[in-house]
Ligand binder design. Structure first.
Ligand SMILES: [Zn+2]
Length: 175
């Protein structure tokens, strides 16, 4: 999957960008070439899902912190490193739009949907970071997530169940 990291006319109208947006986009593109593509390929291979699209846009904007996955977009005002937020959104996207036709079904139906989906996303992200020498990013993410009850709860479940167990369960479900 080729990722086209760029600004969006519509996002720029909604959130007039500071001059720093251009350089940030360039930085993120350089990161994608150096590391991002390999990261998402490793994740894709681990869970057994491949992107439905050959090419995907990823919009970088100056809006409220965070991002979302359809379309993939990330705010430069995010509290966590942009590349970390981008990987998070790409994991969501991969779970929704893949060549295997896998569609997400709750693992923990007794939890709120936002908690449940983030158990899976966080477990995959933790697997990637821990196996690629980036455990410090997960520590940052967990700390930041304490402000958001649903994210905090999902990390708690990941800790109880173990990220490897959850990733294995997803890999089975995606088959
Ligand atoms: Zn998310």
């Amino acid at each position: 999957m080729k990722l086209n990291i760029r600004q969006s006319h519509t996002f720029n109208l909604l959130y007039p960008p500071a001059p720093l947006l251009g350089p940030k986009v360039a930085e993120l593109r350089a990161w994608w070439e150096a590391e991002g593509q390999t990261a998402i390929d490793a994740i894709s291979q681990r869970i057994g899902l491949t992107f439905a699209e050959q090419e995907l846009p990823a919009y970088i904007h100056d809006g409220p912190p965070g991002g979302s996955s359809d379309p993939v977009n990330v705010s430069v005002n995010s509290k966590l490193p942009l590349e970390h937020v981008l990987i998070h959104e790409l994991i969501h996207h991969l779970l929704s739009f893949n060549e295997q036709g896998y569609t997400y079904k709750p693992f923990y139906p007794e939890e709120e949907p936002l908690v449940d989906i983030h158990v899976i996303v966080h477990a995959i992200h933790e697997w990637y970071c821990v196996t690629h020498g980036k455990a410090d990013l997960i520590a940052q993410d967990k700390k930041h997530s304490q402000k958001h009850p649903a994210y905090a709860r999902s990390w708690e479940i990941v800790r109880e169940e173990g990220f490897v167990q959850i990733v294995n369960r997803l890999q089975e479900a995606a088959r």
